[in-house]
Structures are given as C-alpha cells and as structure tokens.
Design a protein around this ligand. Sequence first.
Ligand code: FPP
Length: 241
Amino acid sequence: MNTADNRALRGLHVAIIMDGNGRWAKGRGLPRLMGHREGVHRLKEVVRACPDLGVQFLTVYAFSTENWRRSRREVTGLMAMFARSIRREARELQKQGVRMRFIGDRSGLSPVLQNLFAWIEDLTADNTRLHMTVAINYGGRDEIVRATRAICAAVAEGRLRPDEVSESLVSDHLDTQGLPDPDLVIRTSGEVRSSNFLPWQTAYSEYEFTPVLWPEFDRTEFERVLHGYGLRERRFGAVTA
Ligand code: FPP
C-alpha cells in the first residue's frame, strides 16, 4: 500500500512548529515566559479541536536541542512549565482520549521530567482518539545520529546485515517509530524554515506558513489552515490521471 492510499484509511497527521511566543510577549511588554504560558492555552485549544477536524495525529515542537542556548531563566521556566502542564492536564487528556508520547533525547532532561513522560505515556497508552507527540530536547539530525548508532551497533553485533538497511528500517529506529509521516507541517509567526523538525519524516509533507504568532493561533486559524491544505492536491511524485 503506498503512502497516499494509507492516508485515506486514517485521520490527518499535522505537525506544528509553535513559534512566536517571545515576540507576542515582547509586544505586550511582558516577560517571555508569559508568551509560553499563553502558548500552552493555544495548544490545549488545538488539541480539543483535532478530533472534530479529522486530525488523528498531532506532533508539536516544544523544545529543540538548540533551545538550551536561551537564558537559564527561560530554559528553567520552560522545563517547569512542561512538568506542570503534564501534571495538570493528565486527567483531561485521558478524558479526551489522547495518547501522549514524547520524542527527543530524554537522557538530557531531568529525572523528574523523564519520570513524568513515562508516567503519562503509560497512563494514556490505550487511547486512540488523538495521538499527540511532543518533541522536547528534539533535533532531527540528532535523532538520525541516534538511529544510525543503533543500526551500526546491530550490524557490528551481527544482528543485521548492511543490505537489510532500508527506508522502513531507518524509520523504525527513529523516535517516531510507528507513527505515520506528517501530512502537513504548520509554522506560525512568519518564519519560513523547518528548523531541524522531523527532517526524515517530512520528506513528502506539505508546509503551511502563517504570520500569526503562536499565542494567537486559535481554532479559527487552525481551521483556515486545514481548509487550505484540503484544497491542495498531493501526488507523492506520481502523475494524476
Ligand atoms: C517558540 O517561541 C516556542 C517555544 C520554544 C516553546 C513552545 C512551547 C509551548 C507552546 C508549550 C508546550 C507545552 C507542553 C506541555 C507541550 P519563541 O520563544 O521562539 O518565540 P520568538 O521566536 O518570538 O522568540
């Protein structure tokens, strides 16, 4: 079954680069963390809207491997916000049938956060209404390096032959193992870059860039972007009749 046929059997996979929290806060004379806090509200709004809008998979970029370069205050604030949000929202996510999953290099995160990830992944493991994946300490190149190391180790130990390395085998060694590739990537705040977000998985994805800052990305804007996507034709390199 090719990718296009496969898509018809499931809901959409939308990936989002939630950008512009800092600028939103600055524009209001507020600390950057207030922008992130407002961003959490928009994320909750988008999560709630997904099932109604035919989105079954949602993957969001919350913290990149490059984001450690921000001020210590902002990094600490973001980490605390992730932990608080997981604790606060667990019950609601469970009620909404959301399966939670985290991608990225967990070994670089605090044990508290690592335990919370494992706890909520386990709690929501049987949910299917929405598969939500949050990228934290995630970098696409880093993910590919980690996958390559695992594949090389399997070859070195004689568990795998080099000619058995295929696209699907590589996919199975990425953090996103088992998830379909994104159909659509949305980036807010007017920046037109992919910033190391899912480089392998988005090889055939559509992109939509909106000038709206993430703290202002509400359900109406989400619907507008999805509507625009629905009008596009995806051919996966083939020629339509
Ligand atoms: C980018 O805006 C946004 C972030 C680095 C953080 C995004 C995180 C959330 C919205 C919360 C997610 C919460 C959970 C629990 C998953 P920016 O700071 O780069 O904005 P700027 O480009 O205007 O400075």
